[in-house]
Design a protein around this ligand. Structure first.
Ligand code: PBG
Length: 333
């Protein structure tokens, strides 16, 4: 390479120059954050008029279907495109076969219908996994200490169909069974549900940062053991790319990396490698850390929230599932 005809080193080049004023910083900013980037994570609880605080997640509430409708309207007014719903299930509704997951009248389905009725333009995303419904807290069926893969997939297919028929636009398998994306896609095609999106939790790690979520949905008391035989080892990166290639081949439209902040390298790798819409999940433990630090006076809450979210965008995320969605959208608007 020949040398450029102009000097490139300090002092001709001063990288601080464009940082000197707000207008020039704005003009050359590479990533942007706006409410379009957010998927609002919401926890549901059966009943009426319920808005119940969740331990370790100040600002997050378990919402009954009527309250979820009000929240959906607020989110829509703030410009948030989509909601991801997660159900709290009482211990007495949990069973080994997770049959509540297959009821077309369960909390998820009733809430989806109510929201679609009142706020038809908001996107609705449902988890496909059995953990809110099993009496042992695992995402799949448990037999002799093993999570059964293929038998679980059969149940996941039914769970996905029931939820789509209730009004969900996007199914998001978060269970990490092999082959579930392809099986769900085939079932959707067979039912003529050709426009349903699949957002695969493709790169999902066996993470301790899910702790507060398990409390939120009623799983923490019941979960036996850990999820390391199906969720990924936090030490692995190449394995995550293999997961994504598999899920895309099976018919996933969009893919996700989860958790978010400790795994931003995976967001970048997935986006650079596959060039498909790539989402990240800022999980409950991340929310809890930022909230706790802010409550202790260690961090400015709003600044920490917005910085954490712009970093997802810089890393390459097209969208972020976050429990901060409403708060961040309000701050940005
Ligand atoms: C399980 C599921 C989990 C989350 C969403 N779906 C946790 C887990 O695998 O135990 C975590 C969300 C969060 O921590 O905010 N299907």
């Amino acid at each position: 390479m020949s040398k450029p005809p102009f000097p490139t080193a300090y002092p001709a080049t001063r990288l601080r120059r464009p940082r000197m004023s707000d207008w020039s910083r704005r003009l050359v900013r590479e990533a942007r954050l706006c409410p379009d980037d957010f998927i609002h994570g919401m926890i549901l609880k059966d009943g009426k008029g319920i808005r119940e605080p969740v331990e370790h997640l100040p600002g997050v509430f378990r919402l009954s279907p009527d309250e979820a409708v009000l929240e959906a309207r607020k989110a829509h007014d703030l410009g948030i495109p989509a909601l991801a719903l997660f159900p709290f299930t009482e211990a007495d509704k949990r069973t080994a076969d997770a049959k509540e997951a297959l009821s077309s009248d369960n909390l998820m389905c009733r809430t989806a219908k109510a929201i679609k009725n009142a706020v038809p333009d908001i996107g609705l995303i449902c988890d496909v996994a059995l953990d809110p419904y099993t009496d042992h807290g695992h995402d799949g069926l448990l037999q002799g200490g093993e999570i059964l893969n293929d038998a679980t997939v059969e149940v996941l297919i039914e769970q996905a169909l029931v939820q789509v028929k209730a009004g969900f636009d996007v199914v998001a398998p978060s269970d990490m069974m092999d082959g579930r994306v392809g099986a769900i896609r085939t079932a959707l095609e067979n039912e003529g549900l050709t426009n349903t999106l699949i957002l695969s939790y493709a790169v999902k790690y066996a993470s301790t940062f899910y702790g507060p979520y398990r409390g939120a949905i009623g799983s923490s008391g019941v979960l036996q053991g850990d999820k390391k035989t199906y969720q990924m080892d936090p030490a692995n990166a190449a394995n995550g790319l293999h997961e994504v290639s598999q899920d895309l081949a099976e018919g996933a439209d969009w893919v996700m990396v989860k958790p978010g902040m400790p795994y931003l390298d995976m967001v970048t790798r997935v986006k650079d490698t596959f060039n498909v819409p790539t989402f990240a999940f800022q999980v409950s433990g991340e929310y809890a850390m930022i909230s706790a630090a802010a409550a202790n006076g260690a961090l400015d809450r709003e600044a920490a929230i917005l910085e954490s979210l712009i970093c997802f965008k810089r890393a390459g995320a097209d969208g972020i599932i976050t429990y901060f969605a409403m708060e961040a959208a309000m701050a940005l608007n």
